[in-house]
Design a protein around this ligand. Structure first.
Ligand code: ADP
Length: 250
């Protein structure tokens, strides 16, 4: 792993009942990157996120996390341990508490080791209030702090969930199609949010929306049939004949 990487996947192979969903895949992330992972359906993108967050274990290869606390081989670590170390994962469906307010959702996310009710009964410290205010401003829900989460728009729910991840101070955020189902305006706002987040953290996004990728990607990794097809800037990716053949041109 290079000294500057925050995460390095080396030659990762994943098999499901003998079928290789990912084969010899290597991926290295620099701190503060907004990396997009693209490729046709079934290319192995989600499986790679699953490997990084520990949900799926590779049959060979390794994953190391160069966290603020030091370099950790997370290949065999349990999913919750990897989350504690500082890698957060967001799935497509938001997992928010629909009956609670936006602010209460953030409070719960901040104090993972307390029960929900103990958290809501406890009064917030000044520092905790400040953190929640910062996060509300970042995710653009400052005016909705008392709104029930279930009443938010689809886009706002996604931002709330991103805010909930941020309350846990991850160093790396893994997002699976965060703009799916969003309006154009919500999609742009999400891109701006991600650009703000990478000022302090590293983000990996699995994405199908190519316009979104074009507008916000600094670096793109293309997968095809479980393998790395190409890493590069959006310009480099768009000029690549193999990428055009398997993906962009289809
Ligand atoms: P992508 O995210 O690029 O669409 P996936 O990582 O979801 O691709 O899937 C890669 C391949 O692995 C697909 O052929 C998919 O059907 C298969 N796959 C993914 N998860 C499982 C699983 N739990 N069991 C069996 N096959 C799986």
């Amino acid at each position: 792993m290079s000294r500057t990487s925050i995460l390095s996947c080396e030659e990762v192979t994943v098999a499901f009942d003998g079928f290789k969903a990912v084969q010899g895949m290597s991926l290295s992330l620099d701190p503060g990157e907004l990396r997009f992972l693209i490729g046709p359906n079934g290319a192995g993108k989600t499986t790679m996120l699953d490997v990084i967050c520990g949900k799926v274990k590779p049959v060979s290869g390794s994953v190391s996390f160069h966290s603020r606390a030091g370099v950790v081989d997370i290949t065999k670590r349990k999913e919750h341990k990897i989350a504690e170390l500082g890698i957060g994962r967001k799935f497509q469906t938001p997992s928010i508490f629909a009956g609670l307010s936006v602010m209460e959702n953030l409070e719960i996310a901040m104090s993972q080791n307390r029960s929900v009710w103990a958290t809501l009964r406890a009064s917030l410290t000044a520092r905790e209030r400040e953190r929640i205010d910062e996060e509300l401003a970042l995710i653009g829900l400052g005016d909705h702090r008392h709104t029930r989460a279930g009443l938010l728009s689809h886009g706002q729910k996604q931002w709330l969930e991103i805010g909930m991840m941020l309350m846990q101070e991850p160093e790396i955020l893994l997002l699976d199609e965060p703009v799916a189902g969003m309006t154009d305006r919500e999609t742009d706002k999400t891109g701006e949010l991600l650009q703000e987040i990478v000022k302090r953290r590293t983000v990996v996004v699995v994405e199908h929306d190519m316009e979104f990728v074009r507008n916000f990607a600094s670096k793109v990794t293309v997968m095809h049939e479980g393998r790395l097809l190409k890493d590069g800037t959006m310009d480099e990716i768009q000029r690549d004949d193999r990428v055009a053949e398997v993906y962009l041109g289809k």
